[in-house]
Design a protein around this ligand. Structure first.
Ligand code: PGA
Length: 250
């Protein structure tokens, strides 16, 4: 199976020089594989230079966030159009760390729509904060999805990737159990099918939250997912190389 691995560098590393080194090491690790595609989401300010000096095709770039307006007086923001211009193909939207800073489901929806308009492929992040045994997290996820997909036509469905990241597993020590992910993947697909009919069945789903080289293969084999969204481990060149090679044969 060909897996998609998103490397979310977050606000790391500290300098461009280090970013370049990490990029080169990631590239080297990827060159030893055939079945893995990597999307790197570096701090946006690093994208253009990394992209310009990269001659290969196996690595693509994502922004970690962008603002839904096309231009104007929005100090500190970058637009989806500027992201494309800098070399991004994907946009992470609605990451839990952005939502924690106040991003709402409605904001996420505007960003999904803006991103699609500019032909930037959204990696839509969803995930509950807690689970209580009564299944309330399913309602939470359904609502996140229903709002995020507002005004998204069926024809754009294949452009969107859903990254399910339970907030309680992000930055933690243990990833979710792959069997639970499998259940969640079925629920996510059902929710999209309720919105779009059978075309919803082929929606791509990723898992994120404490992914490392030890749990990645099992998650890809048993979690019913097309790939993984990796935070911390993606900025450790040695560990990330191990992760990439661990998923090569799943
Ligand atoms: P983590 O982060 O891999 O460090 O848990 C995942 C994420 O926030 O996307």
């Amino acid at each position: 199976m060909k897996s998609l691995i998103i490397a979310n560098w977050k606000m790391n590393p500290v300098t461009f020089k280090e970013a370049k080194k990490l990029f080169e090491e990631t590239k080297k690790a990827l060159d030893k594989t055939k079945q893995v595609s990597v999307v790197i989401a570096p701090p946006a300010i690093f994208i253009r230079e990394l992209k310009t000096s990269y001659k290969g095709k196996r690595i693509q770039f994502a922004v970690q966030n962008a603002y839904f307006e096309a231009k104007g007086s929005h100090t500190g923001e970058i637009s989806f159009g500027q992201s494309v211009d800098a070399g991004a193909t994907y946009a992470i939207i609605g990451h839990a760390e952005r939502r924690a800073m106040g991003e709402t489901n409605e904001d996420v929806n505007k960003k999904v729509v803006a991103s699609l308009t500019l032909k930037l492929l959204p990696i839509l992040c969803i995930g509950e904060h807690t689970r209580d045994g009564n299944g309330g997290h399913y309602d939470f996820i359904r609502e996140q999805l229903q709002i995020a997909f507002r005004e998204v036509p069926t024809s754009k469905l294949s452009k969107i990737i859903i990254a399910y990241e339970p907030v309680w597993a992000i930055g933690g020590t243990t990833a979710m159990n792959p069997r639970d992910m499998h259940e969640m993947a079925i629920f996510i697909r059902k929710t999209i099918v309720d919105l779009y009919g059978q075309s919803g069945m082929s929606i791509k789903i990723l898992y994120g939250g404490s992914v490392d080289e030890t749990n990645a293969p099992e998650m890809l084999r048993e979690g019913d997912v097309d790939g993984l969204l990796v935070g911390r481990v993606s900025t450790d060149a040695v560990q990330f190389a191990q992760l990439i090679s661990s998923v090569e044969t799943v």
